[in-house]
Design a protein around this ligand. Structure first.
Ligand SMILES: *Cc1c(COP(=O)(O)O)cnc(C)c1O
Length: 427
Protein backbone atom coordinates (compact mmCIF):
# COMPACT_ATOMS: atom_id res chain seq x y z
CA UNK A 1 0.00 0.00 0.00
CA UNK A 2 1.42 3.40 -0.85
CA UNK A 3 1.89 6.08 1.76
CA UNK A 4 -0.96 8.26 0.50
CA UNK A 5 -3.33 5.37 1.00
CA UNK A 6 -1.93 4.55 4.44
CA UNK A 7 -2.29 8.16 5.51
CA UNK A 8 -5.79 8.38 4.06
CA UNK A 9 -6.90 5.31 6.00
CA UNK A 10 -5.36 6.64 9.19
CA UNK A 11 -7.00 10.04 8.65
CA UNK A 12 -10.39 8.44 8.00
CA UNK A 13 -10.24 6.79 11.39
CA UNK A 14 -10.21 10.18 13.13
CA UNK A 15 -11.27 12.93 10.67
CA UNK A 16 -14.68 12.54 8.97
CA UNK A 17 -13.92 11.37 5.44
CA UNK A 18 -10.24 11.82 6.20
CA UNK A 19 -10.24 15.46 5.13
CA UNK A 20 -10.89 18.92 6.53
CA UNK A 21 -12.71 20.17 3.42
CA UNK A 22 -14.85 17.79 1.34
CA UNK A 23 -13.45 18.24 -2.20
CA UNK A 24 -10.05 17.01 -1.00
CA UNK A 25 -11.46 13.50 -0.49
CA UNK A 26 -11.55 12.82 -4.28
CA UNK A 27 -15.21 11.82 -3.90
CA UNK A 28 -16.22 13.05 -7.33
CA UNK A 29 -13.26 11.59 -9.24
CA UNK A 30 -12.61 8.44 -7.20
CA UNK A 31 -9.21 7.15 -6.09
CA UNK A 32 -6.86 8.07 -3.29
CA UNK A 33 -6.18 11.72 -2.48
CA UNK A 34 -2.55 12.73 -2.58
CA UNK A 35 -1.29 13.76 0.83
CA UNK A 36 0.91 16.76 0.20
CA UNK A 37 4.23 16.92 1.96
CA UNK A 38 5.77 19.96 0.35
CA UNK A 39 4.96 22.71 -2.14
CA UNK A 40 7.48 24.91 -3.91
CA UNK A 41 7.01 27.19 -6.91
CA UNK A 42 4.73 25.44 -9.43
CA UNK A 43 5.19 22.00 -7.86
CA UNK A 44 3.72 19.94 -5.05
CA UNK A 45 5.12 16.66 -3.71
CA UNK A 46 3.05 13.92 -2.17
CA UNK A 47 4.01 11.54 0.63
CA UNK A 48 5.37 9.02 -1.92
CA UNK A 49 7.79 11.77 -3.00
CA UNK A 50 6.04 12.00 -6.35
CA UNK A 51 6.24 15.47 -7.84
CA UNK A 52 3.32 17.13 -9.64
CA UNK A 53 2.94 20.31 -11.65
CA UNK A 54 0.20 21.95 -9.60
CA UNK A 55 -2.76 23.75 -11.18
CA UNK A 56 -4.73 23.94 -7.92
CA UNK A 57 -2.54 26.48 -6.16
CA UNK A 58 -4.36 25.83 -2.87
CA UNK A 59 -7.54 26.77 -4.82
CA UNK A 60 -6.13 30.15 -5.77
CA UNK A 61 -3.97 31.68 -3.03
CA UNK A 62 -0.62 30.50 -4.43
CA UNK A 63 -0.52 33.15 -7.18
CA UNK A 64 3.17 34.01 -6.74
CA UNK A 65 4.11 30.31 -6.56
CA UNK A 66 4.21 28.08 -3.49
CA UNK A 67 6.55 29.08 -0.65
CA UNK A 68 7.80 32.19 -2.43
CA UNK A 69 11.05 33.10 -0.60
CA UNK A 70 10.00 36.73 -0.02
CA UNK A 71 6.61 35.71 1.39
CA UNK A 72 8.17 33.07 3.61
CA UNK A 73 10.68 35.62 4.92
CA UNK A 74 7.89 38.14 5.66
CA UNK A 75 5.99 35.44 7.56
CA UNK A 76 9.08 34.43 9.52
CA UNK A 77 9.80 37.99 10.51
CA UNK A 78 6.20 38.62 11.57
CA UNK A 79 6.06 35.38 13.54
CA UNK A 80 9.19 36.33 15.49
CA UNK A 81 7.27 39.40 16.68
CA UNK A 82 4.33 37.43 18.02
CA UNK A 83 1.63 35.25 16.49
CA UNK A 84 -1.49 37.13 17.56
CA UNK A 85 -2.24 40.22 19.60
CA UNK A 86 -6.03 40.60 19.84
CA UNK A 87 -5.36 44.32 19.58
CA UNK A 88 -4.91 46.63 16.60
CA UNK A 89 -1.56 46.64 14.79
CA UNK A 90 -0.10 49.01 12.19
CA UNK A 91 0.19 46.42 9.39
CA UNK A 92 -3.61 45.94 9.39
CA UNK A 93 -4.06 49.56 8.35
CA UNK A 94 -1.33 49.25 5.73
CA UNK A 95 -2.99 46.26 4.06
CA UNK A 96 -6.42 47.93 4.31
CA UNK A 97 -5.01 50.99 2.52
CA UNK A 98 -3.40 48.76 -0.05
CA UNK A 99 -6.67 46.93 -0.76
CA UNK A 100 -8.53 50.23 -1.11
CA UNK A 101 -5.85 51.53 -3.48
CA UNK A 102 -6.07 48.46 -5.72
CA UNK A 103 -9.88 48.13 -5.59
CA UNK A 104 -11.30 51.67 -5.62
CA UNK A 105 -14.91 50.62 -4.83
CA UNK A 106 -13.57 49.66 -1.39
CA UNK A 107 -13.71 52.84 0.71
CA UNK A 108 -13.66 51.00 4.02
CA UNK A 109 -12.57 47.44 4.67
CA UNK A 110 -12.60 44.95 7.50
CA UNK A 111 -10.32 41.94 7.77
CA UNK A 112 -11.56 38.46 8.68
CA UNK A 113 -10.01 34.98 8.48
CA UNK A 114 -11.93 33.12 5.75
CA UNK A 115 -14.01 33.74 2.65
CA UNK A 116 -17.00 32.20 4.43
CA UNK A 117 -16.76 34.81 7.16
CA UNK A 118 -16.39 37.61 4.61
CA UNK A 119 -19.53 36.70 2.65
CA UNK A 120 -21.57 35.86 5.75
CA UNK A 121 -20.67 39.24 7.25
CA UNK A 122 -21.33 41.11 3.99
CA UNK A 123 -24.81 39.58 3.77
CA UNK A 124 -25.60 40.50 7.37
CA UNK A 125 -24.34 44.00 6.71
CA UNK A 126 -26.46 44.37 3.57
CA UNK A 127 -29.51 43.24 5.53
CA UNK A 128 -28.72 45.57 8.41
CA UNK A 129 -28.10 48.51 6.10
CA UNK A 130 -31.26 48.06 4.01
CA UNK A 131 -33.53 46.73 6.78
CA UNK A 132 -34.62 44.01 4.30
CA UNK A 133 -34.41 40.21 4.57
CA UNK A 134 -34.44 38.77 1.06
CA UNK A 135 -31.22 37.97 -0.73
CA UNK A 136 -30.54 36.76 -4.28
CA UNK A 137 -27.83 34.32 -5.30
CA UNK A 138 -27.14 32.36 -8.48
CA UNK A 139 -27.17 28.65 -9.12
CA UNK A 140 -23.64 27.20 -9.15
CA UNK A 141 -22.06 30.15 -7.34
CA UNK A 142 -20.39 29.22 -4.06
CA UNK A 143 -20.06 31.78 -1.31
CA UNK A 144 -18.78 29.71 1.58
CA UNK A 145 -20.76 27.52 3.95
CA UNK A 146 -22.93 29.89 6.01
CA UNK A 147 -26.58 28.84 6.43
CA UNK A 148 -28.40 31.34 4.22
CA UNK A 149 -26.03 30.64 1.30
CA UNK A 150 -26.27 26.84 1.29
CA UNK A 151 -29.33 26.99 -0.86
CA UNK A 152 -30.50 25.39 -4.06
CA UNK A 153 -33.25 26.63 -6.33
CA UNK A 154 -36.84 26.11 -5.25
CA UNK A 155 -39.52 24.45 -7.36
CA UNK A 156 -40.31 27.53 -9.42
CA UNK A 157 -38.07 30.27 -10.70
CA UNK A 158 -39.22 32.82 -8.14
CA UNK A 159 -39.98 30.53 -5.25
CA UNK A 160 -37.61 30.62 -2.34
CA UNK A 161 -34.69 28.29 -2.11
CA UNK A 162 -34.35 24.99 -0.29
CA UNK A 163 -31.40 24.11 1.94
CA UNK A 164 -28.66 22.29 -0.01
CA UNK A 165 -27.24 20.89 3.22
CA UNK A 166 -28.80 18.97 6.06
CA UNK A 167 -28.77 20.99 9.25
CA UNK A 168 -29.91 24.21 7.61
CA UNK A 169 -33.47 25.01 8.72
CA UNK A 170 -35.80 25.72 5.78
CA UNK A 171 -36.74 28.88 7.69
CA UNK A 172 -33.16 30.15 7.25
CA UNK A 173 -33.24 29.79 3.47
CA UNK A 174 -36.77 31.12 3.12
CA UNK A 175 -35.31 34.53 2.35
CA UNK A 176 -32.85 33.35 -0.31
CA UNK A 177 -33.87 33.44 -3.98
CA UNK A 178 -31.75 31.33 -6.34
CA UNK A 179 -31.61 32.34 -10.01
CA UNK A 180 -29.79 30.86 -13.02
CA UNK A 181 -26.47 32.56 -13.84
CA UNK A 182 -26.39 34.77 -16.94
CA UNK A 183 -30.20 34.76 -17.19
CA UNK A 184 -31.25 38.39 -17.67
CA UNK A 185 -34.94 37.50 -18.02
CA UNK A 186 -35.09 35.70 -14.67
CA UNK A 187 -33.23 38.56 -13.02
CA UNK A 188 -35.61 41.18 -14.44
CA UNK A 189 -38.63 39.11 -13.35
CA UNK A 190 -37.22 38.74 -9.86
CA UNK A 191 -36.71 42.47 -9.44
CA UNK A 192 -40.11 43.28 -10.93
CA UNK A 193 -41.67 41.01 -8.31
CA UNK A 194 -39.53 41.59 -5.21
CA UNK A 195 -37.18 44.52 -5.96
CA UNK A 196 -37.97 46.61 -2.90
CA UNK A 197 -37.75 43.65 -0.53
CA UNK A 198 -34.27 42.61 -1.69
CA UNK A 199 -31.40 43.43 0.65
CA UNK A 200 -28.68 42.29 -1.72
CA UNK A 201 -27.60 40.29 -4.70
CA UNK A 202 -24.41 38.29 -4.24
CA UNK A 203 -22.56 36.73 -7.14
CA UNK A 204 -19.26 35.34 -8.26
CA UNK A 205 -18.60 38.05 -10.83
CA UNK A 206 -16.60 35.50 -12.81
CA UNK A 207 -17.68 32.13 -11.52
CA UNK A 208 -15.00 29.68 -10.44
CA UNK A 209 -16.95 27.18 -8.38
CA UNK A 210 -18.90 25.63 -11.26
CA UNK A 211 -15.70 25.51 -13.28
CA UNK A 212 -14.85 28.89 -14.89
CA UNK A 213 -17.98 30.61 -16.20
CA UNK A 214 -17.96 34.22 -17.32
CA UNK A 215 -20.98 36.49 -17.14
CA UNK A 216 -22.22 38.37 -20.19
CA UNK A 217 -21.70 42.14 -20.23
CA UNK A 218 -25.47 42.52 -20.38
CA UNK A 219 -25.94 40.41 -17.25
CA UNK A 220 -23.54 42.40 -15.07
CA UNK A 221 -24.83 45.75 -16.34
CA UNK A 222 -28.39 44.71 -15.63
CA UNK A 223 -27.37 43.56 -12.15
CA UNK A 224 -25.88 46.95 -11.41
CA UNK A 225 -28.83 48.93 -12.73
CA UNK A 226 -31.57 46.79 -11.13
CA UNK A 227 -29.93 46.76 -7.70
CA UNK A 228 -29.34 50.53 -7.84
CA UNK A 229 -32.94 51.23 -8.82
CA UNK A 230 -34.29 48.96 -6.07
CA UNK A 231 -31.92 50.23 -3.37
CA UNK A 232 -30.45 46.74 -3.01
CA UNK A 233 -26.78 46.16 -2.24
CA UNK A 234 -24.69 44.58 -5.01
CA UNK A 235 -22.07 42.25 -3.53
CA UNK A 236 -19.22 41.10 -5.74
CA UNK A 237 -17.88 37.96 -4.11
CA UNK A 238 -14.29 38.26 -5.29
CA UNK A 239 -12.89 35.71 -2.85
CA UNK A 240 -11.64 33.79 -5.86
CA UNK A 241 -11.40 36.47 -8.56
CA UNK A 242 -9.87 39.25 -6.43
CA UNK A 243 -6.23 39.84 -7.48
CA UNK A 244 -6.60 36.69 -9.59
CA UNK A 245 -8.33 37.68 -12.84
CA UNK A 246 -6.72 41.15 -12.75
CA UNK A 247 -5.08 43.40 -10.18
CA UNK A 248 -8.39 45.20 -9.65
CA UNK A 249 -10.45 42.00 -9.67
CA UNK A 250 -13.46 41.14 -11.82
CA UNK A 251 -14.99 44.55 -11.15
CA UNK A 252 -12.11 46.21 -12.98
CA UNK A 253 -12.62 43.82 -15.90
CA UNK A 254 -16.37 44.56 -16.01
CA UNK A 255 -16.09 48.28 -15.32
CA UNK A 256 -18.72 47.83 -12.61
CA UNK A 257 -18.63 49.46 -9.16
CA UNK A 258 -20.24 47.09 -6.65
CA UNK A 259 -21.47 48.33 -3.26
CA UNK A 260 -19.63 45.64 -1.32
CA UNK A 261 -16.79 43.30 -2.24
CA UNK A 262 -15.60 40.18 -0.46
CA UNK A 263 -12.03 38.93 -0.83
CA UNK A 264 -9.96 36.00 0.35
CA UNK A 265 -7.60 33.43 -1.14
CA UNK A 266 -4.93 35.63 -2.87
CA UNK A 267 -5.03 38.40 -0.23
CA UNK A 268 -3.67 36.01 2.37
CA UNK A 269 -1.02 34.57 0.06
CA UNK A 270 -1.72 31.14 1.59
CA UNK A 271 -2.44 32.27 5.14
CA UNK A 272 -5.96 32.57 6.66
CA UNK A 273 -6.89 36.11 5.67
CA UNK A 274 -10.00 37.47 4.00
CA UNK A 275 -11.83 40.80 3.88
CA UNK A 276 -15.05 42.55 3.06
CA UNK A 277 -15.35 46.18 2.16
CA UNK A 278 -17.09 48.77 0.06
CA UNK A 279 -19.03 51.99 0.35
CA UNK A 280 -18.27 54.00 3.46
CA UNK A 281 -21.95 54.61 4.17
CA UNK A 282 -22.65 50.87 4.25
CA UNK A 283 -19.47 49.80 6.02
CA UNK A 284 -20.09 52.26 8.85
CA UNK A 285 -23.12 50.20 9.86
CA UNK A 286 -20.65 47.63 11.26
CA UNK A 287 -19.93 47.57 14.99
CA UNK A 288 -18.43 49.41 16.83
CA UNK A 289 -19.70 52.31 14.64
CA UNK A 290 -23.05 50.77 13.77
CA UNK A 291 -25.49 48.15 14.91
CA UNK A 292 -24.48 45.21 12.68
CA UNK A 293 -22.38 42.90 14.83
CA UNK A 294 -19.19 41.30 13.51
CA UNK A 295 -15.98 40.27 15.28
CA UNK A 296 -13.04 37.84 15.26
CA UNK A 297 -10.32 36.77 17.71
CA UNK A 298 -7.81 36.18 14.91
CA UNK A 299 -9.08 38.90 12.53
CA UNK A 300 -6.17 40.88 11.08
CA UNK A 301 -3.72 38.27 12.36
CA UNK A 302 -0.20 39.74 12.07
CA UNK A 303 1.37 36.69 10.41
CA UNK A 304 -1.45 36.39 7.85
CA UNK A 305 -1.32 40.13 7.16
CA UNK A 306 2.44 39.94 6.57
CA UNK A 307 1.96 37.14 4.02
CA UNK A 308 -0.84 39.12 2.36
CA UNK A 309 1.09 42.37 2.19
CA UNK A 310 4.13 40.76 0.61
CA UNK A 311 1.91 38.91 -1.89
CA UNK A 312 0.12 42.14 -2.82
CA UNK A 313 3.54 43.76 -3.32
CA UNK A 314 4.76 41.02 -5.65
CA UNK A 315 1.64 40.99 -7.83
CA UNK A 316 2.08 44.71 -8.53
CA UNK A 317 5.46 44.21 -10.19
CA UNK A 318 5.56 45.07 -13.90
CA UNK A 319 4.27 42.38 -16.24
CA UNK A 320 2.88 40.13 -13.49
CA UNK A 321 -0.64 39.70 -14.93
CA UNK A 322 0.61 39.71 -18.52
CA UNK A 323 2.72 36.68 -17.63
CA UNK A 324 -0.18 34.87 -15.92
CA UNK A 325 -2.45 35.57 -18.88
CA UNK A 326 0.18 34.34 -21.34
CA UNK A 327 0.64 31.14 -19.31
CA UNK A 328 -3.12 30.45 -19.30
CA UNK A 329 -3.36 31.21 -23.01
CA UNK A 330 -0.46 28.91 -23.87
CA UNK A 331 -2.00 26.14 -21.79
CA UNK A 332 -5.61 26.43 -22.97
CA UNK A 333 -4.56 26.82 -26.64
CA UNK A 334 -2.19 23.87 -26.32
CA UNK A 335 -4.77 21.63 -24.64
CA UNK A 336 -7.48 22.60 -27.12
CA UNK A 337 -5.40 21.72 -30.15
CA UNK A 338 -4.14 18.50 -28.52
CA UNK A 339 -7.75 17.44 -27.86
CA UNK A 340 -8.76 18.37 -31.38
CA UNK A 341 -5.94 16.29 -32.86
CA UNK A 342 -7.02 13.32 -30.78
CA UNK A 343 -10.69 13.87 -31.65
CA UNK A 344 -11.78 14.49 -28.03
CA UNK A 345 -14.66 16.93 -27.50
CA UNK A 346 -13.12 19.66 -25.42
CA UNK A 347 -12.92 23.42 -25.05
CA UNK A 348 -11.29 25.85 -22.62
CA UNK A 349 -11.47 29.43 -21.40
CA UNK A 350 -9.24 31.66 -19.29
CA UNK A 351 -8.86 35.07 -17.71
CA UNK A 352 -5.85 36.43 -15.82
CA UNK A 353 -4.40 33.55 -13.81
CA UNK A 354 -7.51 31.38 -13.90
CA UNK A 355 -8.71 28.87 -16.49
CA UNK A 356 -11.49 26.37 -17.16
CA UNK A 357 -11.34 23.04 -19.02
CA UNK A 358 -14.63 21.65 -20.34
CA UNK A 359 -15.40 18.33 -21.94
CA UNK A 360 -18.09 19.98 -24.00
CA UNK A 361 -18.72 21.39 -27.48
CA UNK A 362 -19.15 24.98 -26.23
CA UNK A 363 -17.99 27.01 -23.25
CA UNK A 364 -20.72 26.72 -20.56
CA UNK A 365 -22.77 29.80 -19.63
CA UNK A 366 -24.54 28.41 -16.58
CA UNK A 367 -24.56 25.63 -14.02
CA UNK A 368 -27.05 23.68 -16.15
CA UNK A 369 -24.65 23.90 -19.14
CA UNK A 370 -21.81 22.69 -16.97
CA UNK A 371 -23.85 19.76 -15.67
CA UNK A 372 -24.59 18.76 -19.27
CA UNK A 373 -20.86 18.47 -20.08
CA UNK A 374 -19.02 15.14 -20.14
CA UNK A 375 -18.16 14.71 -16.47
CA UNK A 376 -16.85 11.16 -17.06
CA UNK A 377 -14.47 12.57 -19.66
CA UNK A 378 -13.10 14.96 -17.06
CA UNK A 379 -12.51 12.11 -14.59
CA UNK A 380 -10.53 10.11 -17.15
CA UNK A 381 -8.48 13.18 -18.06
CA UNK A 382 -7.92 14.06 -14.40
CA UNK A 383 -6.56 10.64 -13.47
CA UNK A 384 -4.55 10.34 -16.70
CA UNK A 385 -2.82 13.63 -15.93
CA UNK A 386 -2.37 12.89 -12.22
CA UNK A 387 -0.76 9.53 -13.00
CA UNK A 388 1.68 11.41 -15.24
CA UNK A 389 2.56 14.10 -12.68
CA UNK A 390 0.12 16.92 -13.40
CA UNK A 391 -2.45 17.85 -10.73
CA UNK A 392 -5.75 19.57 -11.48
CA UNK A 393 -8.53 20.08 -8.94
CA UNK A 394 -10.33 16.78 -8.23
CA UNK A 395 -13.71 17.87 -9.64
CA UNK A 396 -15.08 18.91 -13.03
CA UNK A 397 -16.79 21.80 -11.26
CA UNK A 398 -13.62 23.59 -10.24
CA UNK A 399 -11.63 26.23 -12.07
CA UNK A 400 -7.85 25.83 -12.28
CA UNK A 401 -5.03 28.26 -11.61
CA UNK A 402 -1.54 29.16 -12.72
CA UNK A 403 1.08 31.02 -10.71
CA UNK A 404 4.03 33.19 -11.63
CA UNK A 405 6.15 30.03 -11.27
CA UNK A 406 4.38 28.31 -14.20
CA UNK A 407 7.02 28.93 -16.88
CA UNK A 408 6.43 28.41 -20.62
CA UNK A 409 8.57 25.25 -20.30
CA UNK A 410 6.31 23.78 -17.60
CA UNK A 411 3.21 24.64 -19.61
CA UNK A 412 4.79 23.00 -22.66
CA UNK A 413 5.48 19.91 -20.58
CA UNK A 414 1.85 19.85 -19.42
CA UNK A 415 0.58 20.06 -23.01
CA UNK A 416 2.85 17.18 -24.05
CA UNK A 417 1.51 15.10 -21.17
CA UNK A 418 -2.06 15.95 -22.18
CA UNK A 419 -1.44 14.78 -25.75
CA UNK A 420 -0.80 11.26 -24.46
CA UNK A 421 -3.88 11.37 -22.23
CA UNK A 422 -6.20 12.70 -24.95
CA UNK A 423 -4.91 10.06 -27.37
CA UNK A 424 -5.63 7.36 -24.83
CA UNK A 425 -9.12 8.79 -24.26
CA UNK A 426 -9.82 8.76 -27.99
CA UNK A 427 -8.42 5.26 -28.51
C1 LIG B 1 -13.42 29.91 -1.70
C2 LIG B 1 -14.60 30.80 -1.82
C3 LIG B 1 -15.36 31.21 -0.71
C4 LIG B 1 -15.12 30.64 0.66
O1 LIG B 1 -13.87 30.98 1.15
P1 LIG B 1 -13.25 30.09 2.35
O2 LIG B 1 -11.99 30.81 2.69
O3 LIG B 1 -13.06 28.73 1.79
O4 LIG B 1 -14.24 30.11 3.45
C5 LIG B 1 -16.35 32.12 -0.90
N1 LIG B 1 -16.62 32.62 -2.11
C6 LIG B 1 -15.93 32.25 -3.21
C7 LIG B 1 -16.26 32.85 -4.53
C8 LIG B 1 -14.91 31.32 -3.11
O5 LIG B 1 -14.25 30.92 -4.21
Amino acid sequence: MNRNEQLFNRAKAIIPGGVNSPVRAFGSVGGIPRFIKKAQGAYVWDENDTRYIDYVGSWGPAIVGHAHPEVVEAVREAALGGLSFGAPSAAETVIAEEIAKLVPSVERVRLVSSGTEATMSAIRLARGYTGRDKIVKFEGCYHGHSDSLLVKAGSGLLTFGNPSSAGVPADFTRHTIVLPYNDTTALAQCFAEFGHEIACVILEPIAGNMNLIKPSAEFVQQLRSLTSEAGAVLIYDEVMTGFRVALGGAQSVHGITPDLTTMGKVIGGGMPLAAFGGKKEIMECISPLGSVYQAGTLSGNPVAVAAGLKTLEIIQRPGFYEQLTAACRQLTDGLTSAAQQAGVTFCADHIGGMFGLYFAEHIPQSYADMTASNIEGFKTFFHGMLDRGVAFGPSAYEASFVSAAHTPELIGETVETAKAVFQQMAG
